[in-house]
Design a protein. Sequence first.
Length: 244
Amino acid sequence: MRRLLFTGLTVLLATSIGHADQRLDIVIYGATGKVGSHVMLEALQRGHRVTAVSRDPTRVEMQHSNLSVVKGDLLDKTSVGAIVTDKDVVILSVRGVIGDSGTPESALQIIAAEMLVDVLFPLGDNAPRLIHVGGSGTLEVEPGVLFAETLPTILLPKALEIEILGQILALEFYRKVDDVNWTYITPPKNLTNGPRTGLFRIGGDQVLEDSRGKTRVSRADFAVALIDEAEQAAHPRQRISVAY
């Protein structure tokens, strides 16, 4: 992979597929989702071994010699422990609301984050790294102002509002965790079905905009950035963002 400096920002240009020095054992929660399916494909194309976890394994239609599909439940500590032990990386790319309390704490994103940290901590140095696919609502549109705070919540479906707030809680939770190796990777406001180019920028807490003021990236390129992070472990215990 080549690293180019462009207008003061780091641009990653992927020059090939399958460039990892070491094959990883990767667990993906949410492998049937729009982001998770791209991440699964990217990991497999690079030669990694992937365990796709679903409460309904029949939903995973892809077949590959390096792909295992298992039944699992993020709300079951025993199930999670059995699946993630002895793996290298766990990727969490999930959505949903548990129960009908209507509170941000019922978002699956924060519940799953707490569950995985609870399972990984006792594993110590043998614990896999955790990569959490975050939400764009956690990004700052200006210093101290989150994108989530600018949304007209009266027009948002209640479940979506809870998920957005749940992602904020998840990031706040991770930032207090110093005994598990996590990375919170955030897509921009607009995820597209565009092609895999391997060209994108890595940022931090602020929204990344292109020269036209747009903030976007294809799901395929977001998957490139995520698997790059899985391979390189370049941002331990940090939040990073990805956009063109």
